[in-house]
Design a protein around this ligand. Sequence first.
Ligand code: GCB
Length: 888
Amino acid sequence: MKKTLFLLVLILFFSNTLTAQRLLTSINSGWKFHQGDIDSQVNEINTENWEIVNLPHTWNVSDAFNETRGYYRGAGWYVKKLSAPMDWKGKRVFFKFEGANQTTELFLNGELIGKHLGGYTGFGFDLSNNLKYGEINTISVKVDNAHDGNIPPLRADYTFYGGIYRNVWLLVAEPIHFDLSNYASDGVFIDTPEVNEKKALVTVHGSLVNNTLDKKTVIIETTVIDKNNAVVANKSSKLVLGPNSKSEFSLENMEIHSPNLWSPDNPYLYKTITQISEDRKNSIILDKMVLPMGLRWFNFDDQNRFCLNGKPLKLVGASRHQDYKNLGNALTDDYHYNDYKHIKELGFNFVRLAHYPQAPEVYKTCDELGLLVWSEIPIVSGVTVSKEFSNNCIEMQKEHIRQTRNHPSVVLYGYMNEVIISLQFNRRLEEQDRQKTVNRIIELANQLDDLTKAEAPDRFTVMAMHHNTGYNEYGLTEIPDVVGWNLYFGWYYNTIEDLGKFLAEQHNMYPNQRMIVSEYGPGTDVRIHSTTPNATDFSEDFQYVMHASYLKQMMNLPYLAGFAAWNYADFGSSGRADAIPSINQKGLVNYDRSEKDVCGLYRAYFLNDPIIYIASRNFTLRTGIEQDKGTGICNDNVKIFTNQQEIELKLDGKVIGKKKVTDHEVNFNVPFNNGKNILTASDNNGHSDQVTIEYNVLPFHLDSGGVKDLAVNVGSDVSFYDPGTKVMWIPDRQYTEKSWGYIGGAPYTVQRRQLQTGVTQNILGTDCNPLFQTFVEGITGYRFDVPDGQYKLTLLFQEYNDPNGRNRLIYNLSTDDSSKDRKEREFDITINGEKAISKLNLERDYGSLRAVTFDFIINAENGKGIKVNFNPLSGVALLSGIRITCIP
Ligand code: GCB
């Protein structure tokens, strides 16, 4: 028996030498590219002055992030020469695109070969009938990312980068081959109709194409091998293929005993090798498809829990967008791989590929690493009531499923995200139209659900919904197998604790509903820290608070099948004006994948290896005010995330305390000294973590001297660190004697869904939005009671009145009308009694929403310190930031 197995393996491996088979080559390098449409016939394009680019490529790498609103959405052309050798004649030659956004037309030697709609699924064009063999051919590809009301997504909180942003492949197959025209799928499908600990049944099916003019008899054979290359199942059958025909095949119920089950802890992959050969002795292999296969089964139990291989498994994960700092969405495979590897390293077992099908590498990686996948098509925020739109959605879902269903990692297929949100925010819509749209959404959801179940009967369907009663009222929650709730309690609305209440209510109303929290998390900027974190301040501290509470609540709800944090990484969203413009900052990691401290919390929750993590990696330079005069010590909180029971903290080798851990977190009040402070946290088993914090302890009173640089984030209670200049802008305060602070006025706040400090508009001319977005309005003075000497004084301003209104993003859920009806302001500034600026009118002189900075060299004399006065001539004065540096 062993001998036969060995022989089979040998045959399989050496069979390569006996094959004709397909050629698969990437065609990524050296494309000629032109942004814009062309004004000539396609066969007359002159590419002489075109740029040369490599794929993956997008044309929106910079303009989606610059200060001008919007980004290029239109046509772009790519041209490439292709030499087609004579021996390709009679074979099938395909160009396969893994994805291009969003409509793609391919021309061969000037002739249109095909068009594909949709930016996130793969597609292929058959060039065989039009190629000039033995000659150089010209491939011209027009890609267009202009808005198209009939192609989803219509509107969403992410940037729709245009271009051929995924790999392109040339595929040359023998005249007899696996079907290449089945929605750009493998053409070979693996089903596992039965899997349990004792046995698995595997069925491999698909279609064969005979492009010859002859009737052919072929053998189709599948061999399943394990990781040691041992054959564990094999089946073959003979097929007679008519001339120029397509025939289906199915090799059913191959039995594998005691299968090695695939799971996040054991992502064991078998290989299925399916090949076509002619039915004669020593025949060569005509086509061969090697596909990884994972054997597992999953379901939801009667308590709505997700179960894998018979055991409940809470789905803990994150969503991920496919873009990256300075690359847009044009990522090579390694970037995709690294992201999912990182996600796995954070302790997750689940990913939501929001909001669209991702690159083939992603599914492959998830199979290999053991990440359970929710994959979806991008019907985001709304639909167009048109036949074309619905048809495009249906085609997209078919492509999506056929291209990904062989991946064992995929357990959930989704088709809509917050699909009624546009209705909620479109108050002008007539009732009749609203109803029409709702009806269409329901109809389309049902169609897509049926389609998904028909295409992938062994997966569950899912839809992501936002906090809105409409989903229950319209019956949308009853269509998919699983309801995903995108919930931002404590960020966009209500309080953090309302999360659990909402889920409990929903569970009481619909006790059989399977639920996943499919999004949650606050916007977070690692430059911002706060000792009083609150919603909308973008501090890392608020990110811990919100994630910690959500985690605790979600882990304690047994009927909640799982959750996915929004988002694994910060991502491009050109309409946003958060702390970093054009970026949605809800990531657990930054846009360049450097970690935010909250990653430590997830590791502590979900990894088994000992984790001790001092949450201060992005806050190692701190500034604070001496607690009591003359002590030189500043008490500050330090948070530690851990999966250990008890943690001891030392400062410079001296024990600060030892504390029991609750909910994976422990806090210490640390008496920091001016200068370097070494913190060491350890458990009782010798595991530890160490961080050095450079503390700048400011004296209780300024008049005693010693302050060289004092920068204040005026109108804000958060500190802002500018990594460019390395300046720490500390929280503001009202003036008290011998110290510093503002006089008159108040920090600007606006009541949106939450009370927000500052404006949520992009500030031009700076990388430091948070510094300028917050300010004191109505300010009359600012004082620093510093000793005599020469100083540089810097004043920071911006005018928030935007006469053109602003492009509101629905996800900001903001009702900011602060710019309405405000009088133009004009004010004088005096410094130590001397007029420094006359009639400053920011709007008139600089325009609104622009960072304006003034430096002054001044003297503090006669113990009077520095006094800045703001004297309004019209309206009230404001100030965004102030800094003094001592000139030695
Ligand atoms: C949502 C959307 C997602 C947004 C997110 C946010 O509910 O589904 O696309 O990016 O909120 O950050 O507001």
